[in-house]
Design a protein around this ligand. Structure first.
Ligand code: XUL
Ligand code: CO
Length: 437
């Protein structure tokens, strides 16, 4: 076992008045909120890629973190060291879940066969570590965006050999995820889109992406993988346009294919912002459409228009998101994966711990606030009130399609209906929400 961090004992809940730097002030895993423990509500996961793979580079400069495993000649030894540190991280943070891309955990080698063998070897190590520590896999996913073979797309590549290669890669990654008891399988289409429309057959590419999704769903049933396949909406970056633009766009694909039972969504805060939506909008819409799955938790920067993937620390913002998650009934197989990275100047190992602890505390506070909103019920009552006139038999019949356009028109003309506008009370509601925070 390595000792990467200065901390030796797991971070503990000490309450809001503690003077300790590394302690939970709000996240108390066993504390009951609305009938479930905080740990059951939040289902935190540490991600492999930002935590252990990204070296701190930006478009103008390279590695700032200088981690030992990025400078080792033996790549499998480096992969084993990363596995040790992942479990050290989970243990210190008292986090139950982790998530990975195949390429995060093992080196590519010189062929897909070699890559698969490397991934399996590390998964075998995970299996032992998971059994010993009670840690679980929230989801696995295949990295089909880093290697140059994917530069023109993965499943949407003009070259069918790339499509077939992707099928082979996902098959193995889904097998490994299944073998480790992964609760979901994620597909983020980083290269499923285009750089320029003028060299792209958009209809053909969409057919390819849909066929690929069917293949994965068919295979999931074949091997008895019970969790959902999660699409992860994102509008652009790395491509100019990604086909999984936002929740609405993904839902259209899922519904057109009739896959609502098997395919849900993994919603990321920063991706919502890039698509021109709020985080809570994307959660609420996914829930309304029956495809809410999981969360990639992070925070975008409202000034810079790219995926900054900062740790989420803004309690009022998280409160609205948490309220939508509670209204959606909470997580089933999903959870809160920290798809977030420390800044490139945060070069100390312990910065990783501070980032997670701070964000877990922010989520816990948001959960407590949102629970107050639910328990109090004032907001729900206000919203229900705005729609209450729909409950009359007449208006229910109109909504259920039992009245035609001309029948409605005749009714309006004969009864002299004159709609009476009512205040939306936005400022009152905004103040009410502040009162819970
Ligand atoms: C990229 C992103 C990915 C997915 C998994 O923006 O969010 O890391 O979460 O491929
Ligand atoms: Co993500």
């Amino acid at each position: 076992m390595t000792q990467f961090y200065s901390l030796k004992e797991p971070v503990k809940y000490e309450g809001p008045n503690t003077t300790k730097d590394l302690a939970f002030r709000w996240y108390n895993p066993t504390q009951k909120v609305l009938g479930k423990t905080m740990a059951e509500h939040l289902r935190f996961a540490v991600c492999y890629w930002h935590t252990l793979c990204w070296p701190g580079l930006d478009p103008f400069g390279g590695d700032t973190f200088n981690r030992q495993w990025h400078h080792m000649a033996d790549e499998m030894a480096a992969a084993r060291m990363k596995a040790d540190i992942m479990f050290e991280t989970l243990n210190l943070l008292n986090v139950d879940f982790f998530c990975f891309h195949d390429l995060d955990i093992a080196p590519e080698g010189n062929s897909l066969k070699e890559f698969n063998d490397n991934v399996t070897a590390i998964a075998n190590i995970f299996e032992k570590k998971m059994a010993a520590s009670n840690k679980k896999l929230l989801w696995g996913t295949a990295n089909m965006f880093s290697n140059r073979r994917f530069m023109a797309g993965a499943a949407s590549n003009p070259d069918p050999d790339v499509f077939a290669y992707c099928a082979a890669q996902v098959k193995h990654c889904l097998d490994v995820t299944h073998g480790l008891g992964g609760e979901n399988y994620v597909m983020w289409g980083g290269r499923e889109g285009y750089e320029t429309l003028i060299n792209t057959n958009i209809g053909h590419e969409l057919d390819q992406v849909k066929r690929f999704l069917s293949l994965v769903v068919e295979y999931k049933h074949k091997i008895g993988f019970k969790g959902p396949i999660l699409l992860e909406p994102k509008p652009q970056e790395p491509t100019k346009h990604q086909y999984d633009y936002d929740v609405a766009t993904c839902y259209n694909t899922i519904a057109a294919m009739g896959l609502q039972k098997d395919v849900k969504l993994n919603i990321e805060q920063n991706h919502a912002i890039l698509a021109g939506h709020t985080f809570e909008h994307e959660i609420a819409l996914a829930s309304a459409l029956g495809v809410f799955g999981s969360i990639d938790l992070n925070r975008g920067d409202y000034q810079s228009g790219w995926d900054t993937d900062q740790f989420a620390m803004n309690v009022p913002e998280l409160t609205l998101a948490m309220y939508e998650i509670l209204k959606a009934g909470g997580f089933t197989t999903g959870g809160m994966n920290f798809d977030a990275k420390i800044r490139r100047q945060s070069i100390d190992a312990d910065d990783i711990l501070h980032a997670h602890v701070g964000s877990m505390d922010a989520c816990a506070r948001a959960l407590l606030n949102a629970a107050k909103m639910v328990e109090d019920g004032k907001l729900a009552k206000l919203v229900a009130g705005r729609y209450s006139k729909w409950n009359t038999p007449q208006n229910q019949a109109m909504l259920a399609g039992q009245e035609s356009l001309d029948a409605i028109a005749a009714r309006v003309l004969s009864s002299g209906i004159e709609p009476q506008p009512k205040s939306g009370r936005q400022e009152y509601i905004e103040s009410l929400i502040n009162s819970y925070c």
